[in-house]
Design a protein around this ligand. Sequence first.
Ligand code: NAD
Ligand code: IPM
Ligand code: MN
Length: 350
Amino acid sequence: MPKKIVALAGDGIGPEIMGAGLEVLATVAKKVGFDYVVEEHAFGGAAIDQVGHPLPDQTLVACRTADAILLAAIGAPQYDNAAVRPEQGLLQLRKELGLFANIRPVKIFDSLKDYSPLKAERLDGVDLVMVRELTGGIYFGEHILETDQASDSNTYQVEEIERVVRSAFDLAQKRRKKVTSIDKQNVLATSKLWRKVAEEVGKDYPDVTLEHQLVDSAAMLLITNPSRFDVLVTENLFGDILSDEASVLTGTLGVLPSASHAVAGPSLYEPIHGSAPDIAGQGIANPVSMILSVAMMLEESFDLQVAGKIIRQAVEQTFDKGILTKDLGGSAMTSQMTAHIIEEIERSSL
Ligand code: NAD
Ligand code: IPM
Ligand code: MN
């Protein structure tokens, strides 16, 4: 039976980079003999325009029955003050599928070191993974907006903290065996609980070192000493902010993929960036974030490690040749960048 992959292109640059991701998927699938079908569904602003809701029932049903989901990006300025926003669909999808563990790797490409705002020597050895809690915290608390006041509530259950911290430790065991748990326990009750649970979980992993960092100093250390980190784990909002910050180390937000996993059921793979309305429709978006999301999907949902490696190597070789999109100061269009990566995949002897 072919594997069913649901593709949600969404808004802005979403369709442009999804196209690139699916082309790469087709090329590598042919090479390794991966049998799959792609079902495309409306999502985000595109779905609001069609049916008035960012996550139509049909899309949700398709996602639930998928073997994996690829999402490009959602969001557009015309919904900024609308009652129904594309972002609500994304949050609902994460919640409905229980995608609590969002894995955001940050790895420096050697040939991109000069494009990072950091000095090249500070980037030596940078290879970290942000594990962001994705279905709890302030994102899913009560949001009350009144004329003269507003509030957002942040709640975490022990089990929600425990399972995401466990994901971080499991990951660290396969890496450099260090977990940095990030919180604001000098102020927040949720953070005090977070730290206590992280300590408890850590006892089950004696081979992994656990350290705690307050979120403000963690933000500083990500810039001053990023190579000190291996696996970072933190709550939803801190993880959102810190992962965009960490992306800057690579030189651009446009190369950062992610995977989101549930206890059971399909995982979702998406770039960490948004729909980039400022460059949408120009054919200049960096497709690498989407292409590496495809690589993560092949590795993590279908255990196709070689396929993932072929894609990663092809991306690296393309960068090594100096083929870069505008966000990295280059002039390659999305389609040219994609074509070069595909060429490298076809040539690969892996
Ligand atoms: P953004 O991530 O869309 O863009 C930030 C900056 O990075 C922009 O200058 C953009 O041009 C650039 N950029 C992002 N991806 C790029 C790529 N692949 N290639 C080249 N440049 C790239 O953030 P924003 O502008 O704050 O948000 C735009 C919309 O996206 C908002 O509606 C927001 O809610 C939404 N958003 C969606 C997701 C998602 O779908 N998962 C994630 C973040 C933001
Ligand atoms: C992300 C995005 C989303 C988030 C928005 C679009 C709701 O910024 O995936 O990082 O905040 O989680
Ligand atoms: Mn974000």
